[in-house]
Write a protein that binds this ligand. Structure first.
Ligand code: ADP
Ligand code: AMP
Length: 230
């Protein structure tokens, strides 16, 4: 099964994509995570990614698509993936249709649109804390760790993202409205869009997504041309 998560920055895509990936037993591929790994390298590509990410702009398509496609070519992606943060623009969506979607009768199986207002996502980004070792995501106070400043999973210190200042958050939200929001219409016209109220608590959002995915799975044609896809 292939599921794409779309929504404003801070809406809860990563939180929910992690849960759905665990439930379906397929990888969670976050383009932001892949690009942060590139940015951390002291290489020309790392410097290029850093320049865009640290100002809240989208990393150019050629670099982003190359990084995501390399991840999708790995063997563990053969039964499908949960894509989080990619595609983020119409050219990226068209490119994905031409690669991952090629030859499939149902592609993608679902696009989960986590809808939340600007005020809500700005507050969520401001309260986001990440484990610097295992990447677990918290929010203070909504998804707080049991010990202040320490990850519940591995005990490592929690940090805030470098692109989480109010000025960069504002740019990221504007970029979302300009470049990413058109994807909602694009996927709605294909009948694969599922709109979820992202302003509820984490478990309520998970419940709505699970119900929607179950419905999509039930509606999928049996033995379509999608080979080993689930
Ligand atoms: P995205 O991947 O869309 O940028 P995240 O999943 O990282 O968003 O969530 C942004 C922040 O909001 C994190 O700190 C996360 O713990 C928190 N969060 C996610 N979902 C909810 C929710 N439903 N209610 C409150 N806080 C949430
Ligand atoms: P995220 O972790 O999803 O919040 O993404 C962090 C940053 O990575 C974004 O602000 C962009 O600079 C970059 N990024 C992530 N995904 C994409 C994408 N699909 N296209 C271009 N840039 C991206």
């Amino acid at each position: 099964m292939n599921v794409i998560f779309v929504g404003p920055p801070g809406a809860g895509k990563g939180t929910q994509a992690t849960r759905l990936a665990r439930c379906l037993g397929i990888p969670h591929v976050g383009s932001g995570d892949l690009l942060r790994a590139v940015r951390a390298q002291d290489t020309p590509l790392g410097h290029e990614a850093k320049e865009y990410m640290d100002t809240g702009r989208l990393v150019p398509d050629d670099l982003t698509i190359r990084i995501v496609e390399a991840r999708l070519a790995r063997p563990d992606a053969v039964n499908g993936v949960i894509l989080d943060g990619f595609p983020r623009s119409l050219p990226q969506a068209e490119r994905l249709d031409a690669s991952l979607g090629r030859g499939k009768t149902t592609w993608p199986d679902a696009v989960v649109y986590i809808k939340a207002s600007r005020d809500v996502v700005i507050e969520r980004m401001a309260g986001r804390w990440i484990c610097q070792q295992c990447g677990s995501v918290y929010h203070i106070p909504a998804v707080a760790p049991s010990a202040i400043g320490r990850c519940d999973v591995c005990g490592a210190p929690l940090v805030q993202r470098s692109d989480e200042t109010p000025a960069i958050q504002a740019v990221r939200y504007d970029v979302y409205e300009h470049d990413t929001l058109p994807l909602i219409d694009y996927y709605q016209q294909r009948g694969v869009l599922v709109e979820i109220d992202g302003e509820q608590g984490v478990d309520a959002v998970t419940g709505d997504i699970s119900a929607a995915i179950e419905e999509k799975r039930g509606a999928r044609p049996v033995a379509s041309g999608s080979g080993s896809q689930r």
